[in-house]
Design a binder for this molecule. Structure first.
Ligand SMILES: [Zn+2]
Ligand SMILES: [Zn+2]
Ligand SMILES: [Zn+2]
Length: 147
């Protein structure tokens, strides 16, 4: 998914909250900007940075991810396996989020860009008189490699 988040946006948002753009925060965001469409856990990010010989601790990765999510640079997601994942956020938070396919074996998260939920939403709204403003869809199953 294309995102309008850049390093400059991160810098501005950190400054607005009296935080500094530290090397750690910068390299954590770089991991996401250079892997668009990926949904990574703290362990994933830590593994990637260690593989690139970056000197960073897992606790620092956790803290950086939490801060970046707090200021809307990253979006934090739970997929029911007890392991939070993050992806690059969106500057227009009202925009409808894409949907996700979660592999029960390897834990990989894929995006599903099409949205066929409009009709269902209308149907549910009509039958329940519930005013729906948004929905999230998660499909659980097995990815191509794990079938
Ligand atoms: Zn899989
Ligand atoms: Zn996603
Ligand atoms: Zn949708």
């Amino acid at each position: 998914m294309a995102s309008d988040i850049t390093m400059e946006v991160l810098k501005q948002r950190l400054q607005a909250r009296q935080h500094k753009l530290t090397t750690q925060r910068r390299i954590v965001l770089e991991v996401f900007l250079s892997r668009s469409g990926q949904h990574l856990s703290a362990e994933d990010v830590y593994g990637i940075l260690r593989a690139e010989a970056m000197d960073i601790g897992l606790a620092t990765v956790y803290r950086s991810l939490e801060l970046l999510a707090e200021i809307g640079i990253l979006q934090k997601m739970e997929f029911g396996d007890g392991c939070s994942r993050y992806e690059v956020g969106n500057l227009t938070p009202d925009e409808h989020q894409h949907h996700h396919l979660i592999c029960l074996k390897c834990g990989k998260v894929q995006e599903f860009p099409d949205d066929l939920m409009g009709d269902l939403e209308e149907d549910v709204a009509r039958k329940t008189e519930f005013q729906i403003v948004d929905h999230q869809v998660k499909f659980f199953g097995y990815c191509k490699e794990c079938q």
